[in-house]
Design a protein around this ligand. Structure first.
Ligand code: SF4
Ligand SMILES: [Zn+2]
Ligand SMILES: [Zn+2]
Length: 304
């Protein structure tokens, strides 16, 4: 028998295990949007004249982030929204997701910018992988993606970049940094409340929304997204953490939320212990870095 919504009498479309409620379509959408709005407010004031960029891959998380920000800020004429996609150059994967990203931006009339690894650093990720076996694919990908995103965001004079990280991603990152003992990285996970010169602060509007709910929200709102999997993701360590957290969440519903809550509770202390380093300009490319040469230039040098 179909369960009834816990808030009204309509048939429920989902069961939210961590709080024990059944929700119909309307109440699920309301529940979803309320939390995203609250999170955006919590992550810093959106000043008049703000220029916000969404890091858009075309996957469900970044696409839902874009649609939500459009919905929230479309009434504010003093806020401009942009989408930035990074084309890493992953054949049969990124080309497909970028096509959907383009179509979505066109549909909801958001200015879309694409920046590619090939044009910016000289190599596609596929070329990097065939050249180097030293580090994992995701290490190169992550460093160069951040580099491209920051570069484009600065060109567009953005004040904030919104990323699509959901609760599953965010709690995995917290756990991974704890397990690796990387407290400094933990302190910088974002959202970034304080602004550092040269760096564009990140906001994470979906960081308290479970992945499953993001997918459901996209489906019931007919939001098109790309659901392919990166061919290199099988090598990513993150998958192990995902499995562990899924199991913990199953045994103890609410685990992921508790991890984020604990993180928020100690974040100020972490930042006090690891205050933002004074940033220099990279001697090669001019991007902000705490060293003499930025990580992207360092990796590029090793590739050459
Ligand atoms: S799985 Fe790794 S290589 Fe693939 S897009 Fe993500 S970070 Fe890049
Ligand atoms: Zn209802
Ligand atoms: Zn550099």
């Amino acid at each position: 028998m179909v369960k009834k919504c816990s808030k009204c009498n309509k048939p429920s479309i989902t069961f939210i295990r961590y709080n024990g409620t059944h929700l119909c379509k309307e109440h699920f959408i309301e529940y979803f949007e309320k939390r995203v709005k609250k999170e955006i407010k919590k992550q810093g004031k959106t000043e008049s004249g703000s220029r916000i960029g969404v890091a858009l891959s075309g996957g469900k998380d970044s696409t839902v982030t874009l649609f939500m920000l459009k919905k929230i800020f479309s009434k504010r004429k003093d806020v401009d929204l942009f989408a930035i996609s990074v084309d890493e150059g992953i054949k049969d994967y990124r080309d497909k997701s970028l096509k959907i990203a383009r179509e979505n931006c066109k549909e909801i009339e958001v200015e879309h910018h694409i920046i590619s690894f090939k044009e910016t650093i000289g190599y596609t990720l596929d070329e990097i992988v065939s050249k180097s076996k030293d580090l994992g694919e995701c290490t190169y990908c992550g460093v160069f993606r951040r580099f491209c995103l920051n570069k484009k965001a600065r060109e567009l004079e953005l004040n904030k970049i919104a990323t699509g990280h959901n609760l599953d991603d965010f709690s995995q990152s917290i756990l991974m940094n704890f397990v690796n003992g990387d407290l400094e990285k933990l302190a910088r996970l974002g959202p970034h409340i304080k602004v550092q010169p040269g760096l564009i602060p990140r906001i994470l509007p979906l960081r308290v929304i479970p992945e499953k709910e993001v997918t459901l929200y996209a489906i019931i709102n007919n939001i098109k997204f790309y659901d392919g999997i990166c061919p290199y993701s099988i090598h990513a360590l993150r998958g192990k953490f995902r499995d562990i957290l899924d199991e913990l969440e199953y045994i103890n519903p609410g685990t992921r939320h508790s991890i984020v809550k604990s993180y928020d509770g100690i974040k100020d202390i972490l930042i006090q212990k690891f205050p933002p380093a004074k940033l220099n300009k990279c001697k090669i490319c001019g991007e902000p870095t705490s060293q003499e040469i930025c990580k992207a230039c360092e990796l590029l040098r090793s590739l050459k």
